[in-house]
Ligand binder design. Structure first.
Ligand code: UDP
Length: 475
């Protein structure tokens, strides 16, 4: 009698914080559903995880869950910073792709990889998987609205909406993305659209990756139907096996109930400073503005100071994440934290290098979030019912912030502006003048998000369907 293979999934995230965190949560969900998991990190990120989390101890205590490493193809001293993260797009295709094939062939005969879930900008894995006859699903970690905008880049070019240059009549309406006809302006398109040269390799990369996904067995999105249904109805016909299972961090928490996590960690690449939670305890209900620009965005020293003065002048208490690499140009004076911030913010502010963000947003003292509109941060804010001020910088952030301010109406958009007067006004609008209506919209969204992940909710049902489909493809 032929021996049944153990269901063994290999998960391959793109090596950046905003991709690793949701992929780890998906890994934990699948682990709980009974799969063996191999989670592939780059050595660079794995070392950072080990420094700041307890992945290693969890690994040894969970024989069904293993971490392994695969190089991203960049030299160890490469900064992997916002200016240079694009190098990974190309190095992984050249270096990681053949290594992935070797790795898949090296698993023992009693535990071969029987399915793969790869990040939506690592689609070289589809070639490898199909070559070896292994089913593969893609997890695209951005919003559905951003994904659809990437998918429509050829339409944008055809309509003459692209190319344009940054600062080139940025309020001009964009009508060629179906489902968003009266919504978008040039400035709301994903940042790669701010390129004059249509042959630009990064633009080509995003278009190719998005179209490649159709060759996989299914597409997983970290969103929920009640949030993005109109856009999902445009995506569906192109990707019939579509699984919307977000917000994934809440789906995981809901399914776990009171059971302690078996392997999960948020996969932080920085050390969390939990002291800010005690600081929050001392603050009144919904009085604090939480400020964070995620893991990749950098700011100039001047921008940092404009935010600082705007926040201080607003008179509201704030908790600000200033990563050690937040200020662009780490060399010389330019990379130093300005003297005004050095001694802490004294009366009203608390500055940390990296915060336990989900916990912070869930804290009753937090009443607003000044964010770069990264998709994970947006979802974390939605589930916590915290209204946002959006200051998007790159990738999908520009379109996410447009949806926050104009479609979901749970925040306001500060796109392409950064001066102390605007910051101060935005903070007052969010925390005082527009508070009631923004809070109402935020509460409604939070409610819908919670329903989606509960038993019988769309994300919960879609996850069950995903498990069944993966199982049936493996058998
Ligand atoms: N994050 C965190 N602590 C911080 C700042 C960010 O834990 O001080 C987490 C945040 O909760 C989110 C992720 O880092 O899950 C950032 O992802 P996002 O998609 O928002 O932005 P990116 O870093 O990809 O630009």
């Amino acid at each position: 009698m032929e021996q049944q293979s153990v269901p063994h999934l290999l998960l391959l995230p793109f090596p950046a914080q905003g991709h690793i965190s949701p992929m780890l949560k998906l890994a934990e969900l699948l682990y709980q559903a009974g799969f063996h998991i191999t989670f592939l990190n780059t050595p660079h990120n794995h070392d950072r995880h080990l420094r700041f989390t307890d992945l290693q101890s969890r690994f040894t205590s969970s024989p069904r869950f293993r971490f392994q490493t695969i190089p991203d193809g960049l030299p160890p001293d490469h900064p992997r910073s916002v200016q240079l993260i694009r190098d990974i797009f190309f190095s992984t295709q050249l270096v990681t792709k053949p290594l992935l094939r070797d790795l898949l062939l090296s698993f023992p005969q009693d535990l071969p990889v029987t399915g793969i879930i790869a990040d939506g900008i690592m689609t070289f894995a589809i070639d490898v998987a199909q070559d070896l006859g292994i089913p593969i699903f893609i997890f695209r970690t951005c919003s559905a609205c951003a994904f659809w905008a990437y998918r429509c880049i050829p339409k944008l070019i055809e309509a003459g909406d692209l190319p344009f240059e940054d600062h080139d009549d940025m309020d001009r309406p964009i009508n060629s993305v179906p489902g968003m006809e009266t919504l978008l302006r040039r400035r709301d398109l994903p940042s790669i659209c701010r390129l004059k040269d249509l042959e630009n390799p990064v633009l080509q990369f995003f278009v190719n990756e998005t179209f490649n996904i159709a060759r996989a067995s299914g597409l997983i999105l970290n969103t929920f139907d009640d949030l993005e249904a109109p856009i999902l109805s445009h995506i569906g016909p192109h990707f019939p096996q579509l699984y919307t299972i977000g917000p994934i961090h809440t789906l995981l928490k809901t399914r776990q109930g009171d059971t302690p996590p078996s392997v999960a960690s948020n996969g932080s690449l920085w050390e969390e400073d939990g002291n800010c939670m005690a600081w929050l305890e001392s603050k009144p209900l919904k009085s604090v503005l939480y400020v964070s620009f995620g893991s990749i965005v950098s700011v100039t020293r001047d921008e940092l100071l404009e935010f600082w003065y705007g926040l201080v002048n607003s008179g509201k208490p704030f908790l600000w994440v200033i990563r050690q690499d937040l200020i662009a140009g780490k060399e010389g004076k330019e990379g130093e934290i300005p003297a005004e911030l050095e001694g802490g913010t004294k009366e009203r502010g608390c500055v940390v290098g990296w915060a336990p963000q989900e916990e912070v947003l869930a804290h009753p003292a937090v009443g607003g979030f000044l964010t770069h509109s990264g998709w994970n941060s947006t979802l974390e804010s939605i589930i916590a019912g915290v209204p946002m001020i959006c200051w998007p910088q790159l990738a999908d952030q520009q379109i996410n912030s447009r949806f926050v301010s104009e479609v979901w109406r749970n925040g306001i958009d500060m796109k392409d502006r950064c001066d102390r007067v605007t910051v101060e006004k935005m903070v007052r609008d969010l925390m005082v003048d527009q508070r009631e209506e923004l809070e109402k919209a935020a509460d409604k969204m939070a409610d819908l998000a919670r329903k989606c992940v509960r038993e019988g909710g769309s994300s919960c049902c879609n996850f069950e369907r995903l498990i069944e489909d993966i199982r049936s493809m493996m058998s």
